[in-house]
Design a protein around this ligand. Structure first.
Ligand SMILES: *[C@@H]1O[C@H](CO)[C@@H](O)[C@H](O)[C@H]1NC(C)=O
Ligand SMILES: *[C@@H]1O[C@H](CO)[C@@H](O)[C@H](O)[C@H]1NC(C)=O
Ligand SMILES: *[C@@H]1O[C@H](CO)[C@@H](O)[C@H](O)[C@H]1NC(C)=O
Ligand SMILES: *[C@@H]1O[C@H](CO)[C@@H](O)[C@H](O)[C@H]1NC(C)=O
Length: 400
């Protein structure tokens, strides 16, 4: 009895000290409070996932990205003033926002990519759990004509369909298939039209897959239906949307990009995404003097746009084996790089190395643990289960 009392009073003292520390830190870190990309809610409830005890939250504070000064964030301030510079994120939180996350699903090796798609879809559900009542986020999947019907069927099983195209801003978050015609399959006159605008889009040969993907994105963002979205993210499927993605949009002319050299993820206003795709197509370069080897020149496009965009790195395409915390930080999106063998490793996941660990108490606010949990859950859940979870999570929005 005596020992129990001692232990409990010690615990009480520790808790009191922690509360004091948090209170003092609160005053020592004014930049943290004033940084608008960061969310202030705490004690959010997540179904079935272990929570960060307050002590750990306090301990992980040291890892928090300090805005603008963190080494992995390179911010180039735009030289012109942004028209929405004074609008804080809180203002957007009370407004309806419609976002689209665009992935282009390759027709080749579609079974391989479907493994990634499942976990990407699962992470979208998780970000939806944390999102705001008036916000909507759609997954937009670009598929080409020769997309295998078998994979199309499993996508439809997750209710990703062509017919789901958004027709109003109030509709709940959804998953949409978009048929896309490859550049090589356009009519001759259509190709000429594009080549007139972007001379290095090669007329005769097949485009490199990366340029084909860029063309698909360019083509989609210039359709009318893309104007339904306030913001767009362009990404690949070996990625995870984080819980922070649920309640954050880039503000003040920010344009979030992944890391060099491939910059496979971009996140910004729809106009910015359009402009970026256009600029990339107009700065294509031929590396060996022939039209056979045309490549995307990201540095030139970024240079051209940096007077109007505030490019930010290190907030999307954060490595999925990172130990970084995503709790109240500006980490919106994780990406798995092929070479990694440490948790979370796509390669080891595919080799079933993590099987049986889906019941571990993973901490969803540590990048690598979040990725592992999302991937494992997407694997052990049936397609029906995943779909039912998506319905349950997105349905909340109907009542707002
Ligand atoms: C958190 O979720 C649990 C069940 O998962 C529920 O009993 C509890 O009331 C919730 N707490 C809050 C603050 O919503
Ligand atoms: C942090 O960044 C701001 C500009 O964003 C700059 O004014 C300030 O000097 C930087 N602080 C440090 C410690 O580098
Ligand atoms: C194209 O050029 C790049 C260098 O700019 C080179 O790395 C690549 O191997 C070339 N590809 C082909 C198919 O020649
Ligand atoms: C979705 O909600 C229904 C009804 O509330 C429930 O029976 C079902 O288990 C839920 N599905 C998931 C995956 O949570």
């Amino acid at each position: 009895m005596f020992r129990f009392k001692t232990v409990s009073s010690l615990l009480f003292l520790t808790a009191a000290i922690l509360v004091c520390c948090v209170f003092i830190l609160h005053f020592l870190t004014p930049t943290y409070e004033s940084f608008e990309n960061i969310v202030h809610e705490s004690n959010e409830n997540v179904s079935g996932v272990k929570f960060l005890p307050s002590g750990e939250a306090h301990g992980s504070r040291a890892n928090l990205l300090t805005p603008a000064n963190e080494s992995n964030q390179n911010i180039i301030e735009p030289s012109i003033k942004c028209h929405d510079y004074s609008i804080p994120i809180e203002k957007y939180r009370s407004q309806p926002i419609v976002r689209g996350v665009i992935v282009s699903f390759p027709s080749l090796k579609s079974d391989y990519y479907f493994v990634q798609f499942r976990w990407f879809y699962r992470s979208w559900i998780e970000s939806e759990m944390f999102t705001l009542d008036h916000w909507r986020t759609d997954i937009i999947i670009l598929i080409a004509d020769q997309f295998p019907s078998r994979t199309r069927k499993v996508l439809e099983h997750l209710d990703c369909r062509v017919e789901n195209q958004r027709t109003s801003r109030r509709q709940i978050s959804r998953c949409i298939l978009v048929n896309h015609k490859l550049f090589s399959q356009r009519s001759r006159s259509q190709r000429q039209l594009y080549i007139g605008k972007y001379p290095l889009l090669n007329p005769a040969n097949k485009l490199h897959p990366n340029i084909d993907r860029l063309f698909a994105i360019y083509d989609y963002t210039n359709r009318n239906e893309a104007n339904m979205y306030d913001l767009l993210m362009v990404t690949t499927m070996n990625t995870f949307l984080t819980t922070q993605f649920g309640k954050y949009i880039p503000i003040k002319c920010s344009f979030l990009i992944g890391t060099t050299p491939d910059y496979s993820t971009w996140y910004g206003k729809t106009d910015q995404i359009k402009q970026f795709a256009h600029t990339l197509l107009s700065t294509l370069k031929q590396s060996d003097g022939t039209r056979k080897n045309v490549t995307i020149d990201f540095p030139s496009a970024i240079e051209k746009l940096k007077s109007t965009f505030s490019f930010i790195e290190g907030q999307v395409d954060v490595s999925c084996d990172s130990k970084i915390t995503t709790y109240r930080t500006s980490v919106y999106h994780l990406k798995c790089y092929a070479h990694s063998t440490s948790l979370f490793s796509e390669r080891m996941f595919r080799e079933n190395a993590y099987d049986g660990y889906e019941k571990e108490p993973f901490n969803i606010y540590i990048a690598r643990e979040y990725a592992t949990l999302m991937a494992l859950q997407s694997k052990v859940m049936t397609l029906d289960g995943l779909h039912s979870l998506a319905i349950n999570v997105t349905r909340r929005a109907v009542f707002t």
